[in-house]
Ligand binder design. Structure first.
Ligand SMILES: [Fe+2]
Length: 203
């Protein structure tokens, strides 16, 4: 069987992701960076949400500028996702909420232990309450966002800020004056998509 050829931009991104993951206490403690990565075939798929992100290449990233730039550089080789296609969330959300997978289904590599994604939202955006069985860690790479977890005070986080979501804990994200770009990782129950949280589940 022919070896899978990985994108040069994704290879650079993987190096940056691994470096940041292993250097930051929150991601390092969440899970070890996978040692079982397998390259997999992926077909780039562009979506309008990617253009919204690409217009903001200068968003403030501080110590995470190299990761931000690697995320942008890989965007033309990425399979941009529509995680909430078929739900009531609507076209406007899907055209401005940008996400691609790095490790996991639709990403350049697979792993049995962790999935990894890029998530971007423009300024003034509401990512409504949702949940999923996988445990999750957000690490802000650039910009700023207000992270909400059901039953807890919200937290405004910028580059280097991290937040943990327990299994099936409803969470949401609001941007205000700035867009936000994040490295998002999952452990356990990989591959089960998020669902929107019905209001009666919120306290
Ligand atoms: Fe989540």
């Amino acid at each position: 069987m022919a070896a899978v050829r990985t994108s040069t931009a994704f290879n650079t991104l993987l190096d940056e992701v691994r470096r940041v993951h292993e250097a930051h206490p929150a991601t390092r403690d969440f899970c070890a960076f996978p040692d079982d990565l397998q390259p997999q075939e992926m077909a780039a798929l562009h979506r309008p949400c990617a253009d919204v992100m690409l217009a903001e290449a200068e968003m403030e990233a501080g110590d995470y500028t190299a990761l931000r730039d690697a995320m942008f550089a890989a965007s033309s080789d990425a399979l941009w996702r529509e995680t909430y296609a078929g739900t009531e969330i609507g076209r406007d959300f899907m055209d401005r909420f940008a996400c691609y997978c790095i490790i996991g289904s639709g990403g350049q590599w697979s792993s049995a232990t962790m999935s990894a994604y890029l998530v971007y939202m423009p300024a003034g955006f509401w990512y409504t309450w949702h949940h999923h069985p996988a445990e999750e860690m957000y690490l802000v790479v650039a910009g700023q966002g207000e992270f909400l977890r059901n039953g807890l005070p919200s937290e405004v986080l910028g580059p280097g800020g991290a937040v943990f979501h327990e299994s099936n804990q409803p969470h949401a994200l609001q941007t205000h004056d700035h867009p936000v770009l994040a490295y998002v990782i999952w452990r356990n129950n990989l591959g089960i998509k998020p669902v929107l949280t019905p209001p009666e589940m919120l306290s």
